[in-house]
Design a protein around this ligand. Structure first.
Ligand code: NDP
Length: 448
């Protein structure tokens, strides 16, 4: 917990006001534990109510999305966009389609996005959006009709200098294509209002790989700085096998590591021979639930329907890449007991506060999502730059820029950790402080 009475008072008021928003309060609490190191050192923070302001979104837009399913029945979903903070640039953050989407989850994501975007060094504010629409089992036409109706409302709140959405859980290039297509029809302009677009629609090479690859580049920095090591020969487990997880797995293998476990919502595959990532990617093109199918091609692999079973597989490195709160205290204990010594978050907030504390207390190196998974939004920033300049960089150029950005983010976190905690390896504190500093100084510069 934090010691600053200023933070204690702000958090007490926030907890009362948003008692029904546990994920949002969790993200704020974790952030306050870190900025506790600096908040009382700069009197302007309290004087200008920076903390009170930074925890309230600048704007929340809530709307209804009505659409017609394939049987001709009208369906109704709820949707929102949380424009959290625009101090350092236009709002930027993904769109999530998942039945559990609610204000608490979108607010926690928008809050974290503000500091993540700041860490990239690019001029992007923080936002997040989503809907409780469940893409699972929907036809291509149903997805298209939903996306089009979603944009019929959202279009008036976004724009290349205002708010630039991208994908997230349940939203990939197909959904972005349908949304961008509708936006373009309404606005009659071809501008970079969405990122993660298909390449032919103005997307950037390397965007699809960026979050997973960036995560591995960040881990490479941790391995070499703290252990004088590389990925070579390391046993790695990765939860989720979507956009982030599959690309992280691909890069781990390229860098000499061995992925021994992966998962999706249907369960976990443990393959001692090393997961066949090409097979995972091939299966995911035609199936939504792929782990069970994997067994038919690799009968020696062990399958479990318990998604938490992944954290029991002996490993050196664990990369949670599925969703928030996947690693609770019991799974953190399993990880430590089974030899894991580095956890890197590909997903947003996949580790609970007490699980994170347990891992840190047991000497596990820990890379928080807002730093380690920032590669995706960083390349989205590069996509915006390419769209604005009407030119394209090659995959190699993007990958080099991504690598540089991830190295730089690691350095910022490392240096802030050393400066404020006296130790270089508290990357959680380092990331929060380094991300916060640019945002709060910009807020001070811009007045109340
Ligand atoms: P996808 O929808 O592409 O993939 C999500 C994967 O996680 C799927 O394999 C899904 O399984 C699995 N999954 C979801 N819930 C669970 C669960 N409870 N247990 C086990 N597996 C589960 O999403 P992304 O890969 O884009 O996003 C994953 C995470 O990374 C999210 O937290 C997102 O916010 C974060 N992130 C994403 C970025 C990006 O560029 N895409 C950037 C930064 C962060 P199934 O397919 O069976 O549902």
């Amino acid at each position: 917990m934090f010691k600053s009475t200023y933070l204690i008072d702000v958090f007490a008021a926030l907890s009362k006001r948003y008692a029904d928003q546990p994920e949002f309060l969790q993200a704020v609490e974790e952030f306050f534990c870190s900025i506790d190191f600096i908040v009382d050192k700069d009197p302007r923070i309290k004087q200008d109510a920076i903390v009170e302001r930074i925890v309230e979104p600048e704007r929340i837009i809530k709307f209804r999305v009505s659409w017609v399913d394939d049987s001709g029945k009208v369906q109704v979903n709820r949707a929102m966009r949380v424009q959290f903070n625009s101090a350092i640039g236009p709002y930027k953050g993904g769109i999530r389609f998942n039945p559990n989407v609610n204000e608490s989850i979108i607010k926690f994501l928008g809050f974290e996005q503000t500091f993540k975007n700041s860490l990239t060094g690019l001029p992007m504010g923080g936002a997040k959006g989503g809907s409780d629409f469940d893409p699972e089992g929907k036809s291509d036409n149903e997805i298209m009709r939903f996306c089009q109706n979603y944009i019929l409302e959202l279009y008036r709140h976004i724009g290349p200098r205002m708010d630039v959405p991208a994908g997230d859980l349940g939203v990939g290039a197909r959904e972005i294509g349908y949304m961008y297509g509708m936006y373009k029809r309404i606005e009659n302009e071809f501008s970079g209002t969405f990122t993660s677009k298909g390449i032919e629609s103005g997307g950037s090479l390397g965007r699809a790989e960026a979050t997973g690859y960036g995560l591995c580049y960040f881990v490479e920095e941790m391995l070499s700085t703290f252990k004088n090591e590389t990925f070579k020969g390391k046993r790695v487990i990765i939860s989720g096998s979507g956009k982030v997880g599959s690309m992280a797995a691909e890069k781990v293998i390229e860098l000499g590591g061995k992925v021994v476990g992966m998962s999706d919502i249907s369960g976990v595959i443990h393959d001692e021979a090393g997961i066949d990532v090409k097979l995972i990617k091939r299966l995911s093109q035609s199936n939504t639930i792929i782990m069970d199918k994997y067994r038919t091609y690799r009968p020696e692999a062990i399958f479990s329907t318990d998604t938490k079973a992944i954290w029991k597989i002996p490993c050196d490195i664990a990369m949670p890449c599925a969703t928030q709160n996947e690693i609770y205290l019991d799974s953190a204990k399993d990880l430590v007991a089974n030899g894991c010594w580095l956890v890197a978050e590909g997903a947003n907030m996949p580790t609970t506060i007490d699980a994170t504390k347990y891992l840190l207390d047991h000497g596990v190196l820990f890379a928080p999502g807002k730093a380690a998974n920032a590669g995706g939004v960083a390349v989205s920033g590069l996509e915006m730059a390419q769209n604005a300049m009407f030119m394209n960089w090659t995959f190699k150029e993007i990958d080099e820029k991504l690598h540089e950005i991830m190295k730089n983010i690691f350095k910022m976190c490392h240096d802030a950790s050393l400066k404020y905690t006296g130790k270089p390896d508290n990357i959680v504190v380092g990331a929060n402080i380094a991300g916060f500093q640019k945002v709060y100084v910009a807020m001070l510069q811009q007045g109340v």
